[in-house]
Design a protein around this ligand. Structure first.
Ligand SMILES: [Zn+2]
Length: 431
């Protein structure tokens, strides 16, 4: 991205001029100030047993190789471009060359990254192909925005700046997109980030000095927890002093929730999601209202059931569900605890439901939870279909999304674009 498009697309040249004193305050001439900020970031996370994932621009990592070599013992480090540029504007060959240089810098520092996040969340399918070919396991480039800050609670200009950011990142509102890992074009898993991040809260929405600032992320966690999804929190090193209390508050809230929140670095979330994608639940009718539920016999799998009798009901879990044991169990149910779709329903609907851990049948009139229609099925249909299923009280079994009975997941992440004031100003010139 050249200097002009960088200024125009990010926050505008006037805003950039106004931000100069703030920027000068956040960074130092030497990396010491940011090193302290990162230490604080990681220390807060460690207090809660959390390993954060920090994505680092490789050129910055190369200039601070020893520091990052040490940091990898306390954080997962992933790639945030070779330089901080808009990769959606580069050809596949150029992106491949940048990735090669980025990985060389990481390996030179003794670090083997598993994932990548493009600067400004600006990417295209070539970025994903390049990353997969380079052996990376996941990306984190999708963005889901949660409406936890009401438009009327901020100044008009601030709301405008926030919307501009959402467009730059190609973000989707949570009403139309699940905040869950997804497979991009069948190539590579993506772990979408959740907004607002620190940059949106402080620099765009202008809430850096307000009393409610530290409550935004805990509120987001509660929303995401209710939906059973993934909160990929993002905090940039330069705003750690402003947002440290918010980070502490969200981790504290996560620790108190029961059933628990699974707090993990992105590489573990990617590993889990890949394992889980291989699993399917099956339900066999044994007659007399008895059903055999066959789930994977894995120690960490979460099997859920509601409205069931017999040997199966385990401890109460969440929203009427109880936890069943892993492997095979027999349950009693007045109706088959499965989802029933129509013959004409899209195969995409079936694979979504199976991916969500339900047993699905096309047998009409079998008495399961019936979903009609959806001859075509897209991303924005997912939440309404799940709401429909959860809105009924019919018996149902399900493989849940997260391991060990966790209701939701939380990844603490951050992007490191600059360690010094000089890094910050050279950023737009490095292409
Ligand atoms: Zn960045």
């Amino acid at each position: 991205m050249n200097i002009l498009s960088y200024l125009m697309e990010s926050r505008g040249p006037i805003n950039a001029m106004h931000r100069l004193p703030k920027i000068a305050q956040r960074f130092g001439v030497s990396p010491a100030k940011i090193e302290r900020a990162l230490d604080k970031f990681v220390s807060i996370s460690e207090r809660y047993g959390c390993t954060p994932t920090l994505t680092v621009t490789a050129a910055v990592l190369a200039r601070n190789a020893r520091f990052f070599h040490r940091l990898q013992e306390r954080a997962e480090l992933a790639v945030h471009g070779y330089v901080h540029t808009d990769y959606s504007l580069l050809s596949e060959a150029e992106q491949a060359e940048h990735m090669e240089r980025a990985l060389a810098a990481f390996h030179h520092a003794g670090i083997s990254p598993s994932g990548f996040r493009c600067p400004y969340f600006r990417w295209n399918v070539d970025s994903v192909k390049v990353a997969a070919r380079a052996g990376l396991k996941y990306g984190s480039n999708g963005v889901v925005a949660w409406d936890v800050v009401p438009e009327e609670s901020v100044q008009r200009q601030a709301w405008h700046a926030y919307q501009k950011g959402l467009r730059l990142y190609d973000a989707h509102w949570s009403a139309e997109r699940l905040n869950l890992p997804w497979l991009v074009d069948g190539i590579l898993l993506d772990i979408p980030a959740s907004l607002p991040d620190d940059e949106a809260i402080v620099d765009r929405l202008g809430l850096g000095k307000t009393r409610g600032r530290d409550e935004i992320w805990p509120r987001m966690l509660e929303r995401i927890y209710d939906e059973g999804e993934l909160f990929t929190l993002s905090l940039h090193n330069e705003r750690v002093p402003i947002c440290a209390a918010g980070l502490d508050a969200v981790l504290e809230r996560a620790r108190r929730l029961s059933p628990p929140v699974w707090v993990a670095p992105m590489r573990e979330i990617a590993d889990w999601w890949q394992r889980r994608a291989q699993w399917r639940l099956s339900v066999n009718d044994c007659g007399d209202g008895t059903f055999r539920v066959i789930a994977p016999a894995e120690e960490d799998v979460t099997v859920l059931g509601r409205g069931l009798g017999g040997e199966a009901p385990g401890p109460h879990w969440f929203a009427g569900y109880r936890q069943l044991r892993a492997g095979t169990s027999l349950v009693h149910s007045e109706k088959p605890p499965v989802i029933e779709v129509e013959d004409r329903s899209s195969p995409a609907l079936v694979s979504f439901l199976e991916g969500e851990g339900f047993a699905v049948t096309r047998t009409p009139g079998g008495g399961g939870v019936r979903i009609e229609g959806y001859e075509s099925f897209g991303e924005s249909d997912k939440r309404p279909v799940l709401d429909l299923i959860e809105g009924t009280s019919a018996p149902l079994v399900r493989l849940w999304r997260w391991p060990n009975g966790a209701r939701a997941a939380l990844a603490i992440t951050g992007d490191i674009d600059s360690m010094t004031l000089i890094d910050f100003f050279r950023r737009p010139f490095e292409v």
